[in-house]
Design a protein around this ligand. Sequence first.
Ligand code: PLP
Length: 454
Amino acid sequence: MTNTSPEQLVEWSKNHILPSGMPLGAFAKKGPPASAITSEAHDIHMKDVNGHKYIAGASSAVNVNLGYSNPELAQAAYDQLIKMGNGGFTPGGGSTASIEYAHALAQVTPEHINRFMFVHSGSEGNDSAYKIARYYWTIQGKPEKFKIISRKMAYHGLTIGSMYATDGAAFRTNYGPQPPGYVQIPAVHCYHCPFGKNYPGCNFECAESLAEAIEKEGADTVAAFVAEPIYGVAGTLIPPAEYLPKIRAICDQYNILFIDDEVMTGFGRTGKYFAIEHWDVKPDLLIMSKGMTGAQLPLAGIGVSDAIFDGMSGAAPFVHFHSTGGHPACCAVATKVLEIMDRDKLVENSAVLGERMLAGINEMSDHAHVADIHGQGLFAGFEIIKDKGSRTSYNPALAVPRKFTQATMKQGLGVRASVSTGRIQVAPPLVATSSDIDTICDILKSALDDIVLD
Ligand code: PLP
């Protein structure tokens, strides 16, 4: 417990914090609202410094999968830190904790992915995967294959490397020129199809646009295509069943790698260990983070398929490391996460409660302003729309999504409004109960009644 008063915390924030995502001058004058400063969090609940308690309906950044202040995870970190707080730094070495974790992780990743490198964040995971893809092609004698293709509405992180795979002016403006080698194709978004088509009577221009981009750039210049199997930061958007198999086929046809970014969707979030398992699709590289430690400590990983590892092997070393990558305490916690997920059947819980949550959200589908509801496991999203008939969205200047999240917050539920699409995202911790899910759905409905929509 802190003894610092809310007023003092706001004052210190004003003076000492360099915040993300807001005008800095205004922040330095006013600081954050005290309601934005968290003081405590337990189970699936958070509390701000004013004492307002709420359900973390988006699990913070869709990452606190096993609840806040989980004693078993805390104990695993403590035990590891007391035994060995740092695993040293020897090329090819590691710590008992990181090697044991890699072994345990290989039991839950897709069968063909058995080898991992550990970093700290999803953004770093993306940067590292792009480097692995480029290195792979260099070792294959094709160093000119370096471009990374991503999609509109994608989020892959905010380091310089991952930011240019991420879409959106809000994320990419003001940081100098874009480095070479980043290409984006249109989004897959059936409700607001960028090609003006209607699924299933379309020709999957969204997937075909990957082939077109590769042809335009030249397949001999493209290293990889990166995608979230289910859009996350854009507000839980599930592609039609045919999309990812078509993408995989195009990657094969043009000989480019498919990087599966499961930073948000991994570790049971969608009711399977990894979202890609909802399709019969095998990625070449798999990026994970968030749910790996339930966001109790920073950890990310890049899984490499057996075939890609073989293709990288026996040549010059792959030099890529961070001083504390694969930290023993993070790996010990991540190992404990796997143990708890297995023991408490949390992947199954996500699938079962996900259906309940989707059914609850679907009860709002008759509402004149609720549209395009998606859900897979405890990972759901919907749009609050101006006009369903013409599929016209609200003008972002009206800040309807923010008004909605403020209304849910007043009633004790925090959910996300996507910065890029305005979609509302609901993704409670995987340890939620059916009664938590019912409360969440009740609050969503009642908050909708609380805001004025026309
Ligand atoms: N990739 C995906 C799919 C994400 O959802 C995120 C974060 O939300 C990232 C990458 C970046 O992860 P981090 O914020 O840990 O850098």
